[in-house]
Design a protein around this ligand. Structure first.
Ligand SMILES: O=C(O)CCC(=O)C(=O)O
Ligand SMILES: [Fe+2]
Length: 285
């Protein structure tokens, strides 16, 4: 049986979505960035970050040297930022937080960082379905170039306009896994790996959807300080590198602060910006 993108996705209720994802927008009232968001599901800002702010983080990252592949692998945990103020100062940079709010419509909560200097090689996907269903695209991620990003280093690729497609749903994706795969957890982390088990049919379904849509695929080739903000319904991937040239980037993910009842939210030292804390030592009560 052939599994299609339509089998794996649904169109969410419009009233549950952020303002810019609803129909009947008064396009004349949108800012330039909001118009790009509505059109492409991505906003690119060149030289958005001052070098000095990035340099403090780059120095800290370059000093982190676990194992032989230290140069590329980064911190293993998505919440490593809890112990790295230099990373938080980048991720919670007030002009960035302001721009995210302009696109999503509420204050954003920082909760995930990818610090590898290498492509994730994650196949085509939307980010939203990797989160609980109530997030409903109150979500955005930011790709921050820390150096010149070379075309052979496995750059970020995306399909502008695909954010208007239906939303992949974890529940719909998991229905095609075997019972054993649905139950199986990683022996080290204890986390279920359903997103990777399901790639065998999710990736071909998305590839076909892209082909039929005729939409172009773009790469984000960038210079230090450039950023790309993307919609959580945008189809994107970490492309396969063609050489072992490092891909020096920082990727940060955010949800609407009122849309993460599953997370413990704390205020940062950065002008009242918010980030999520996961450490077991910090209890909700
Ligand atoms: O390696 C990449 O650039 C893709 C990263 C990605 O998919 C993500 O952070 O959601
Ligand atoms: Fe992603």
């Amino acid at each position: 049986m052939k599994i299609t993108f339509e089998d794996l996705s649904e169109t969410p209720l419009e009233s549950s979505l952020p303002p810019l994802d609803r129909s009947g927008l008064d396009e004349a009232r949108l800012t330039e960035d909001q118009a790009a968001w509505v059109r492409d599901g991505a906003v690119i800002k060149r030289k958005f970050f001052p070098d000095a702010l990035l340099d403090a983080y780059i120095d800290r990252r370059a000093a982190f040297r676990p194992g032989t592949n230290w140069f590329k692998s980064g911190w293993p945990d998505g919440n490593c930022y809890e112990g790295i103020p230099e990373l938080r100062n980048v991720a919670l940079h007030p002009p960035l937080m302001e721009l995210l709010k302009e696109l999503i419509g509420e204050q954003m909560l920082f909760h995930l960082a990818l610090t590898g200097w290498i492509s994730t090689e994650r196949e085509w996907h939307q980010d939203d379905y990797l989160n609980p269903p109530f997030v409903n695209t109150w979500y955005a991620a930011v790709w921050i170039a820390l150096d010149t990003i070379h075309a052979d280093s496995g750059p970020f690729e995306y399909v502008p306009g695909s954010q208007k497609w239906p939303l992949l749903r974890g529940e719909k994706v998991r229905q095609f896994l075997s019972e054993e795969e649905r139950q199986r957890v990683d022996p080290v982390t204890g986390i279920n790996q359903w997103p990777s088990y399901s790639e065998r049919y999710v990736t071909p379904a998305i590839e076909e959807k892209i082909r039929l849509s005729g939409l172009p695929i773009r790469s984000f080739l960038a210079e230090k300080g450039d950023i790309l903000i993307w919609h959580s319904r945008l189809m994107h991937r970490g492309s396969r590198p063609k050489s072992d040239i490092p891909r020096k980037s920082l990727i940060t993910h955010y949800s609407g602060v009122n849309h993460r009842q599953d997370m413990f939210v704390t205020e940062s030292d950065c002008n009242g910006q918010r980030f999520a804390v996961f450490r077991n030592s910090i209890m909700l009560d």
